[in-house]
Design a protein around this ligand. Structure first.
Ligand SMILES: NC(=O)c1ccc[n+]([C@@H]2O[C@H](COP(=O)([O-])OP(=O)(O)OC[C@H]3O[C@@H](n4cnc5c(N)ncnc54)[C@H](OP(=O)(O)O)[C@@H]3O)[C@@H](O)[C@H]2O)c1
Length: 337
């Protein structure tokens, strides 16, 4: 017998529907791996909600414990790289997909997935960021690495009220960029509130998403953005690429607005535009560590705690519902212990 622990477990019923409850599990049931981690915090992502409702694109086999993010303390390690008592975090790879995830008091993972908690971050703060914050930071890292400088003009963030968008906005503002935030899902009556919030995060200007959702069918639009971080995808991404300035750089990480991309070659061959794909899941470890260093240091927002609400494992179910209904606001960090 290993150690018993509490975990959210998703089970498939005979009729094909799925149930979720908090169960007692045993660490002997966890998959093989070099590092056993006692999880202190996890976060709630859309992908976790999909796993929790039986989406086979995320999780093939049930029963399953979701949670693509986890931060905690090494309990046992057969890897020379990690010692018991060290604070660590894991995001992405297969965690929470087909490997038992962070919505549990323990995970066991390969050492190659584990990031030592960088100085300057608490376990909780690392999960306020979670995969959304890491994806935002990776997008900013790639945009700045491609040569978009703060004096180049206004840079754009789409889906700016979402988890990735709001953190990308904050990082860019902290680095001295003038950031235009495109926010679209809100009712007109809510616009002033959203505008105020996005400005408090550092947006110099807020525009309705309709301004980056062109339906004219034009092959190129007025070149505006020297840099843009798109988190929406679909026609919004196509519009942003057509609106990119000469040698403009656009990053793409999301598909909430659609997975298809109806584009033409002219932004690339007439304006030299660069489109950079962002993948947080399999991001190589050397790049991963560099990005986490930035997030813990010079890019860290002063008010990081304001980006998430702390909840318990019992409250995760309600959060899944809000995410699936597209009614969630801000991120949720889950205190597991
Ligand atoms: N590539 C990766 O490694 C990676 C990692 C994490 C997340 N992602 C993806 O990145 C995207 C953003 O993630 P997130 O955590 O920021 O999500 P989120 O918190 O749900 O925010 C998504 C935002 O997109 C905007 N949006 C525009 N059109 C939408 C539509 N039709 N349906 C829903 N939202 C729409 C909304 O902001 P406004 O109201 O401000 O427009 C919404 O707040 C998702 O597609 C997610 O799957 C990718």
């Amino acid at each position: 017998m290993g150690k018993t622990f509490r975990a959210i477990v998703v089970r498939e019923r005979e009729d094909g529907t799925f149930t979720r409850s908090i169960e007692t599990r045993d660490t002997d049931e966890l998959p093989p791996g070099e590092v056993l981690i006692r999880v202190h915090y996890t976060s709630v992502n859309y992908k976790d909600a999909l796993s929790a409702i039986g989406n086979r694109g995320v999780t093939k086999n049930y029963p399953h414990t979701p949670g693509i993010d986890a931060a905690g303390v090494v309990e046992e390690s057969s890897s020379a790289d990690f010692k018991p008592g060290e604070e660590v975090l894991v995001t992405g790879y297969d965690l929470g997909m087909n490997t038992s995830g962070g919505m549990a008091e323990y995970i066991r993972v390969p050492a190659s997935w584990v990031v030592r908690l960088p100085a300057g971050l608490s376990l909780k703060e690392s999960m306020i960021y979670g995969t959304a914050g890491f994806t935002a930071a990776l997008s900013v890292y790639k945009l700045t690495g491609a040569g978009v400088r703060p004096d180049a003009g206004e840079v754009l963030v789409t889906g700016a009220s979402g988890g990735v968008g709001s953190l990308a906005l904050r990082f860019l503002a902290k680095l001295g960029y003038r950031v235009v935030a495109a926010a679209g899902l809100v009712e007109e009556s809510e616009y002033p509130r959203v505008e105020e919030k996005l400005k408090s995060l550092g947006a110099s200007r807020v525009i309705p998403a309709s301004e980056v959702n062109d339906t004219s069918g034009k092959l190129l639009l007025k070149g505006i953005w020297p840099g843009a971080i798109d988190t929406v995808g679909g026609n919004v991404l196509a519009t942003v690429v057509k609106q990119a300035a000469y040698l403009g750089v656009v990053t793409t990480c999301g598909n909430t607005g659609g997975h298809e991309l109806n584009l033409n070659v002219y932004p690339f061959i007439l304006r030299g535009v660069t489109l950079i794909g962002i993948d947080s899941v399999e991001c190589p470890m050397d790049l991963r560590l560099q990005v986490w260093e930035k997030m813990a240091g010079e890019w860290k927002p002063d008010n990081l705690e304001d980006f998430a609400t702390e909840i318990t494992l019992e409250q995760v179910e309600e959060r899944f519902r809000l995410l699936l209904d597209k009614k969630s606001q801000g991120r949720a960090v889950v205190r597991v212990q």
